[in-house]
Design a protein around this ligand. Structure first.
Ligand code: ATP
Ligand code: MG
Ligand code: FE
Length: 346
């Protein structure tokens, strides 16, 4: 069966096509993404109205490209999955409206699915069926969560999340302080490779004995970096951008991996998936790899292209939802900007 996935929760318009095989494996056929990130760069963050308009313009051409890449026609589609939330209301609405129109025109079932679950499900396109339970560390521009996945099609439990900034948000804000471009993840990752991660001792948030074991906080770290940079500037010193980037990055990935390993151990889980845009980070993958190996945990990290927002992740989740014979969404369903992670599909 062919499943089409539509993603429009933030600033990427994504259309993916996958084939669900009878044995439950899911094969990637097309993954087309149009991003409006450059239109937001000068604002240092996504402008919702600009994103919605860009989705509207990109939706049809991106869909056409996906079918051309896969060598399929729209009549080959057996089901459609669309991101129902969480995300920007106006942006989600464009994808949901398109999905309803396509589903009606093609007379195929429609599924409204969870964007965050999609970030995890995408891993099955690269590494095959997900052993369950597994632990998911979801690190993106808007979310930082530790999740226990009992069934990717129906059962995800939140163990912890950030109490303030998301990890990706911290990267974006620190990049701005350092004069690096938006989005900040890639340039900080790159600068850090030439820096000394032990140069500056930045704080590890939420690691005190009285802090919730699996929650995160990155706002204090962001402020600490800003203070440090201001201090150096006041003293007329040059800013060692590479060292600051490396030291900041080490603080982020140290806390992320330490808490993820602790959660896996506590839950008796032996498979970890790290996904979301920040999972593209080279140091996060490296440190998680070392710590998982030491703890006897199998680590799965999708390739960077699959970690950032795309339609294939929604198609992949849709395929798992179809395979599990979950109910379809009513045609009058609305997008939910605050859809909780435990609601995998509507
Ligand atoms: P959400 O999924 O929570 O709705 P989002 O979709 O905006 O948020 P993603 O597209 O998954 O988030 O990820 C974007 C984030 O990933 C940005 O904050 C970006 O800086 C960060 N990022 C991308 N590449 C890297 C990298 N190499 N290192 C660290 N962070 C990165
Ligand atoms: Mg994005
Ligand atoms: Fe995302």
């Amino acid at each position: 069966r062919i499943i089409m996935g539509i993603e429009s929760s933030c600033d990427e318009t994504g259309v993916g096509l996958v084939r669900l095989h009878d044995d439950g494996t899911v094969e990637l056929l097309a993954d087309e993404v149009a991003s409006s990130v450059e239109q937001h760069a000068r604002f240092g963050g996504v402008v919702p109205e600009v994103a919605s308009r860009a989705h509207l313009e990109a939706m049809v051409p991106t869909t056409q490209r996906a079918f051309a890449t896969a060598g399929l026609s729209m009549s080959d589609v057996d089901a459609i999955a669309v991101t129902a939330g969480p995300g920007l209301a106006g942006a989600l609405l464009v994808g949901v409206s398109a999905a309803k129109a396509y589903a009606t025109a093609l007379d195929v079932p429609l599924y409204g699915v969870n964007h965050l679950a999609g970030h995890i499900a995408v891993d099955t396109l690269q590494h095959g069926p997900l052993p369950t339970p597994c632990l998911a560390l979801l690190v993106s521009g808007g979310h930082t969560q530790l999740l226990r996945v009992d069934d990717i099609a129906s059962s995800i439990v939140e163990l912890g999340s950030t109490v303030d900034d998301a990890a990706g948000e911290a990267y974006d804000k620190v990049a701005r302080v350092l004069g690096l471009p938006y989005p900040g993840g890639p340039p900080i990752d790159k600068a850090a490779q030439n820096g000394d991660s032990a140069a500056i001792a930045f704080p590890r948030g939420m690691t005190g004995p009285r802090d919730a074991a699996f929650d995160f906080s990155f706002s204090g770290l962001k402020t600490a970096v800003a203070r440090w940079v201001e201090g150096a500037a006041r003293r007329g010193e040059g800013i060692p951008v590479d060292d600051v980037a490396a030291s900041f990055q080490e603080a982020v990935v140290d806390v992320l991996t330490a808490k993820a390993i602790r959660a896996a151990k506590e839950q008796g889980i032996t498979t970890m998936v790290i996904s979301g845009g920040v999972a593209a980070n080279s140091r996060l993958k490296e440190l998680a790899g070392e710590r998982c190996a030491a703890a006897g945990i199998e680590l799965r990290v999708p390739k960077p292209r699959l970690c950032t927002d795309n339609g294939a992740m929604i198609a992949a989740l849709g395929a798992h939802v179809v395979a599990a014979k979950r109910p379809t969404a009513p045609l009058d369903f609305s997008a939910n900007p605050a859809l909780p992670v435990n609601v995998v599909s509507l």
